[in-house]
Each structure stands twice: as structure tokens, then as C-alpha cells.
Design a protein around this ligand. Sequence first.
Ligand SMILES: N[C@@H](CCC(=O)N[C@@H](CS)C(=O)NCC(=O)O)C(=O)O
Length: 230
Amino acid sequence: MSLQLYVLRINEGREPSPFVWRARLALRHKGLDYERVPIGYGEKDRLGPSGQGLVPVLVDAGRWIHDSWAIACHLEDAWPDRPSLFGGEAGRGAALFVNRWADVEMLGALRLLLWPPTWDHIPIADQPYFKADRETKASMTLDAMREDADGKIARFRRTMEPARQTIQRQRFLGGERPGYADFAVLGGFLWARSISELRLIERDDPLHRWRADVLASVGDFPLGEPGHAL
Ligand SMILES: N[C@@H](CCC(=O)N[C@@H](CS)C(=O)NCC(=O)O)C(=O)O
């Protein structure tokens, strides 16, 4: 078996992409060994064979697969005997909804909070690209994004309410076992952890218990120090 995962790596070995974290958690859940291939923002031409320029990209025996959801589906279909990411077809459908909710609502609330500190940790040569790209996407400057951090954290905490209510009734987002719905959401927290020491959730938030349980489920997962992913 030969698996390679292309990941985004910035200063001090930080890996900020929430989508890459999803893929790493899924590979770990499946118990699959793989090689991580780090690239910088200026090296996306190395993803050429995938036909696009975003990470994560998984290369499985010469086949290039891009998009974190497509990677999760590939892992589930190619290794059906390993621990399931979805727990069946109905679970796959529900996990897709959670994945899209996390893309739109959760990451939507996190972007304005996390793009500025991500920029702080990007090699100087790549900063102009990142600044122009993210400022266009957000229709505001990175400096403007830095304003009202408390308001943005409050919005993020409200956004997490459906997840909070779910894990107060069951152990994981998909039920009693961890799975891809959990990894899709945890990816956002691991992005935050990789580039900041922001307290995204309050000390007594039930999401702490859930986060710890998801991480425990993947065993000895290399996270590094707070503020330093790996
Ligand atoms: N829908 C894609 C999104 C992938 C994506 O946006 N990746 C970002 C990293 S977070 C990226 O590669 N960005 C490169 C860039 O902005 O130039 C997925 O789920 O994998």
C-alpha cells in the first residue's frame, strides 16, 4: 500500500488547513499508514496531477484524489473492513450534511477570526497572495477582520449550538461511535489550535468533553503544543 497526503505547511511546522485535519483524522480512524507531503502556498503547482490547486490531496497508488469529502468516501469504499467512517449509507448521508454545515456555518464563523493569525504565521513570500485572496473573499481587509474579536467568538459559540445540543444527548455527533461527522467539525478546532491560543469555547462548554473523546478515539494523534499543530 502506498498512500501520500499533500498538506499545507507554514512556519514552524504549523498545518492550518481544517480540511487536511479532516483527512488526517479519517486516515487515523481507518488505521492507515501514509506519508505526509508538505507544500507551501507558493507550491500548489505540485498538485497539478489532481487537476486543481487545493489541499488535501490523497495519492493512492498513483490515483490523485482531491477534496476532503471525496477522500473520506474513497477511504470508506477502499477499506470497508477497517473501522467505518460513516456507519452505513444513511450515516454517510447524515455525515455529508454535518460536513456541509461545518463548511458553511462553522468555518464561516471561524474564517474572519482565523485568517489574520494564519497570515501571521505564513512565510513572508506567501503573505501578499494570502492577504489579497482572503481580503477579496471576505470583502474586508485583514486589519478589519482583527476588530471585534469578542463579537466574532460570541458568534462562533452560537454557531456551535446544534453540535452542542447533539453531544449532550449522545456521545458523538453521529451517535455512540466516533466518525466522520466528528472529524469534519474537529478540523475547525485544530486549525484554530495550529495558529492561535484563542479560547474558542468557554471552560464549561460541553463541547470540551466531546472534543477530548474524539481525540481519544484516534489514539496517540500528533497535535504538538497549543499554537503549534503537528
Ligand atoms: N472543499 C475542499 C476545500 C479545500 C481548501 O479550501 N483547501 C485550502 C486549505 S484550508 C487550500 O488548499 N487553500 C490554498 C489556497 O488558499 O491557496 C475540501 O474539502 O478539501
